[in-house]
Design a protein around this ligand. Structure first.
Ligand SMILES: Cc1cc2nc3c(=O)[nH]c(=O)nc-3n(C[C@H](O)[C@H](O)[C@H](O)COP(=O)(O)OP(=O)(O)OC[C@H]3O[C@@H](n4cnc5c(N)ncnc54)[C@H](O)[C@@H]3O)c2cc1C
Length: 479
């Protein structure tokens, strides 16, 4: 086996393998080093398994609520957690196998299992091998953070990784952290049949969103029977398997929350500890993310950092875009930059949240003259037909340039409909292009031109007009 490569990739996440394959297709000698499983977080314990589980949870919710649609289920609805896990495992395994088959078929690419550590700026050690690379690409991702709460390290606890191995239903799942990852698990396990309590330190859920979004998402979750405790500082954790207690202070009062399982979902940190970056002279920022320029080159000119580890994205699509930026610049003679990217993401609770560009809070803070158009899902035909009318559409426009600044669609199909808006933003054209577009009926997207036809100044509005959450909350979800 050669020990000298044109390109060495550390981590087989959502950018490394694709760039490695592009380099190998050019005839370069490439090493792709992975310590755990091909596909990284997204494939093994991130997007793919969670959305697979969300689908099972929704099926349970629809079945329990079938009478709403005039459908009778002749008996109680049961969830077979072992079967749910088996379905998830099969889909994950297939994705991993597809990657393995594809990468394994590239003659100049060597897949190396093991943990890579820098020896010097061109050399990495993996087991007893030392590999030298002309160029090195770091795609080592991020890992769940476990906070230093007294007692937490002594009790059985779950992270977004270990919860993937559960094949039984927790009687009562306590979720520490009311942000994107925690909320997806909270709703999913509630729908599987667990009692669920979410503990959030801030005074509202998903604090990066506009306050009204936090309020509406909280109403959706509590409407399904999830207990949400905000403004809560967990002070200690105790107990053992199946019998855990979180002590907290909330609103000046002490409280104990008891549950059978504890999921710690308070955030993620870059996976750099094992790399020994100092040996290569690769700089990191105060939070430990590898610093890069706008083309993802690190402080060492022949080393790049892509994906979550560079702190510039945090999503599968941003990691994949990092691959496209580097491939364009290195292999295709292009001139692409990460800063050209428009933020877009989803929160895959049900209904989902689709977000792109600025929030209303950010638009206000930008000092621009901002126009806002909004519409509750109760006035979206598709949502009425489905009987799922929680949420609203909100679009923000710069009053002077007439360009769309951002949008928030909380509601059914919000994660899909948001793309009409981001595409207009990428096209760099005035909002009137979308306002005059004809969209098919009956969809959520068909209302986007209508929303843009009713813009008002944002100034003076404390929050966008909306309605509809109470409707869903009042329907509740049977246990
Ligand atoms: C529960 C959950 C749900 C998510 N849902 C979504 C979603 O719906 N949509 C979305 O866009 N994003 C989602 N994400 C985020 C998404 O999974 C990541 O942003 C995405 O996987 C990109 O990661 P990456 O390419 O940076 O690296 P990763 O996918 O994290 O891969 C890094 C790889 O590097 C390997 N590695 C690390 N150090 C070394 C070393 N020293 N030597 C060898 N190998 C090493 C690791 O084993 C890992 O396989 C979710 C994340 C979680 C945890």
């Amino acid at each position: 086996m050669p020990h000298t490569f044109d390109a060495i990739f550390v981590g087989a996440g959502q950018s490394g393998p694709f760039l490695a394959a592009r380099c190998a297709e050019r005839g370069q000698r490439v090493a792709l080093i992975e310590k755990r499983a091909l596909g990284g977080t997204c494939v093994n314990d991130g997007c793919i398994p969670t959305k697979t589980l969300v689908a099972s949870a929704r099926a349970a919710w629809v079945a329990r609520n079938a009478a709403r649609w005039g459908v009778t289920i002749g008996g109680p609805v049961a969830v077979d957690m072992a079967a749910v896990k088996a379905r998830k495992d099969a889909i994950v395994a297939e994705s991993r196998q597809n990657l393995s088959t594809w990468l394994g078929g590239l003659p100049t690419l060597e897949l190396i299992e093991g943990k890579a550590t820098f020896v010097d700026a061109h050399t990495l050690r993996v087991g007893d091998r030392e590999l030298t690379g002309a160029r090195i690409f770091l795609n080592t991702g991020a890992r769940p953070v476990v906070p230093p709460i007294p007692g937490l390290s002594d009790v059985p606890r779950l992270t977004s990784e270990s919860i993937m191995d559960l094949d039984h239903l927790p009687a009562h799942l306590i979720v520490l952290g009311g942000s994107y990852i925690g909320l997806e698990f909270a709703q999913m396990y509630r729908r599987f049949g667990s009692a669920v309590t979410v503990i959030e330190r801030a005074d509202r859920l998903i604090t990066r969103e506009d306050p009204y979004v936090s309020t509406d998402v909280a109403a959706i979750l509590t409407g399904e029977g999830i207990e949400v405790v905000c403004g809560a500082e967990a002070t200690s954790v105790s107990g053992g398997a199946g019998d855990l207690r979180v002590e907290l202070t909330a609103g000046g009062a002490k409280r104990t929350i008891a549950g059978s399982h504890l999921l710690v979902a308070i955030g993620r940190a870059p996976s750099t500890a094992e790399l020994n970056l100092a040996a290569a002279g690769v700089a990191v920022d105060a939070r430990g993310y590898i610093t890069t320029d706008d083309k993802l080159v690190t402080s060492v000119p022949h080393i790049w950092a892509l994906g979550d580890v560079n702190g510039r994205g945090g999503f599968t699509h941003t990691s994949y875009d990092d691959f496209q930026v580097v491939a364009a610049n290195l292999l295709d003679g292009g001139d692409r930059r990460v800063s050209e990217r428009i933020p877009i993401y989803g929160l895959y609770t049900d209904p989902p949240l689709g977000r792109c560009g600025m929030t209303a809070t950010e638009a206000r803070a930008s000092g621009r003259r901002v126009l806002i158009g909004s519409r509750p899902m109760t006035r979206v035909g598709r949502a009425r037909e489905r009987g799922e009318m929680a949420g609203s559409i909100q679009i923000l426009v710069d009053a002077d340039t007439r360009q769309i600044l951002g949008a928030t669609i909380l509601g059914i199909e919000g994660d899909e409909a948001i793309h009409s808006i981001v595409d207009i933003m990428y096209a760099d054209v005035p909002y009137t292009v979308l306002e005059r577009a004809v969209h098919a009926h009956p969809t959520v997207s068909e209302l986007l031109p209508t929303v843009l036809g009713s813009l008002k100044p944002l100034e003076g509005l404390t929050e966008p007009p909306r309605r509809g959450v109470g409707f869903l909350a009042s329907q509740g979800t049977p246990r």
